[in-house]
Ligand binder design. Structure first.
Ligand code: ADP
Length: 378
């Protein structure tokens, strides 16, 4: 039985790296040459304990062996206990006590073993006539990722429906009421409709960027670029543009900086998003300091954008790069925000193997710092 069990456990580890396997083989060969001073039972327990998943052997509906993770999940007193007492979970008990249940190692989803909301996948593999290897892996994290995806679809639909509902409402008012005949009212309504349509357009553009950037995340950017030039080309139109906040931008780009490996379009999008935020949320008439210099270690370039204004309360800081997370939704919408700007920035920084730091003090202002690795010589 022991040999069959070891074989089953090894089968579970087959997904590990080739290197890991080679190392393990080497170790096994060395161990074979040493005197066998560790008992088979101890080796067997060590092998079980090496798994982060909970593993147990059940024979005649009783627990005969378990690893550390199983003890943590089900308690330290489970050896020799019936599966009813060990698991205290109707679904698991049903599968483990039914001799006719098909145990082909395929996963069975169970909710609520351990903590109430924890989600597990249970695999039962036969070990000879009566014994079964029970393998429980925690899938709560995967479920959280799935929930985030579902929430994202719901949020995006809601964000698109809101301006669309406004546009439809104004079309109805203009066609069906007297208001449509009155020139000034008509102009006012058309302006609102145009703004709402622009909001939808900006949102769709950001959504498309986000999905493209996520898909490209693992491709290393291949172009050698001057970050100073990218900042200048992005900020220049803002300095000379219609928004008076553009005149508050103060540029300070160190001379003779080395290049970075990057994607020009994405890096321009990154600069534009953080400078636009400083323009939107900083107090009118206060400087927006944009600078580029080498980092302390000299291995990265540090882009800084600092504004003076309302700032952000500390409890919001860790969530700012989540999609659609806003400190004040009404304010963000009023200034044309989509709630996706910092999430795009985070993805672009990750794609460039950089770091993003957000520091802020309420009532004082916000300082965004982005570190990008300097390109290797060559
Ligand atoms: P938005 O399109 O709403 O600006 P972002 O993802 O760019 O979305 O930013 C998320 C939220 O972070 C904003 O809604 C705002 O509440 C806050 N925020 C971002 N930048 C600043 C800043 N410079 N000063 C104050 N708050 C900011």
């Amino acid at each position: 039985m022991m040999i069959m069990f070891v074989a089953a456990v090894i089968a579970l580890f087959i997904g590990t790296d080739y290197d890991d396997r080679k190392e393990a083989e080497e170790r096994r060969r060395n161990e074979q040459q040493e005197p066998a001073n560790i008992s088979m039972h101890e080796q067997f327990q060590t092998l079980l304990d090496a798994s982060a998943d909970a593993m147990l052997i059940v024979g005649n509906a009783r627990v005969t062996h378990a690893n550390k993770s199983a003890f943590q999940l089900l308690g330290t007193e489970i050896i020799g206990k019936s599966v009813q007492l060990a698991f205290r979970h109707a679904g698991a008990i049903e599968r483990l006590t039914d001799p006719d249940a098909q145990h082909d190692g395929r996963p069975i989803r169970l909710i609520g073993i351990g903590l109430r909301d924890q989600i597990w996948e249970m695999r039962i593999s036969p070990l000879g006539e009566v014994e079964k290897l029970v393998h429980l892996s925690d899938k709560t994290g995967a479920q959280a990722a799935e929930k985030m995806r579902v929430d994202f679809v719901a949020n995006a639909s809601h964000e698109l429906l809101t301006p669309l509902a406004a546009i439809k409402g104004f079309i109805e008012t203009l066609t069906e009421t007297e208001a449509g005949a009155e020139k000034r009212t008509r102009r006012r309504f058309l302006k609102i409709m145009e703004d709402e349509a622009s909001r939808m357009q900006a949102l769709i553009r950001d959504l498309m960027s986000l999905s493209r950037i996520e898909a490209e995340k693992y491709h290393l950017p291949a172009h050698r670029l001057h970050m100073g030039k990218i900042i200048n080309e992005t900020v220049e139109p803002l300095i000379n543009g219609e928004d008076p906040r553009g005149h508050d931008i103060v540029l300070n780009i160190a001379a003779g900086l080395p290049t970075v490996m990057g994607d020009e379009g994405r890096l321009k999008q990154l600069v534009s998003n953080i400078v636009a935020n400083a323009m939107k949320y900083g107090a009118p008439g206060t400087p927006i300091a944009v600078s580029l210099e080498p980092s302390k270690s000299g291995s990265m370039l540090a882009l800084s954008v600092a504004d003076q204004g309302e700032g952000i309360a500390p409890e919001h800081l860790p969530r700012l790069t989540e999609r659609f997370y806003r400190v004040d939704s009404g304010r963000s919408r009023a200034v044309g925000g989509t709630g996706l700007g910092l999430s795009l920035v985070k993805h672009i920084v990750d794609g460039h193997r950089g770091h993003l730091e957000i520091k802020s003090e309420q009532g004082k202002g916000t300082h965004i710092r982005i570190l990008l690795p300097i390109a290797a010589q060559g």
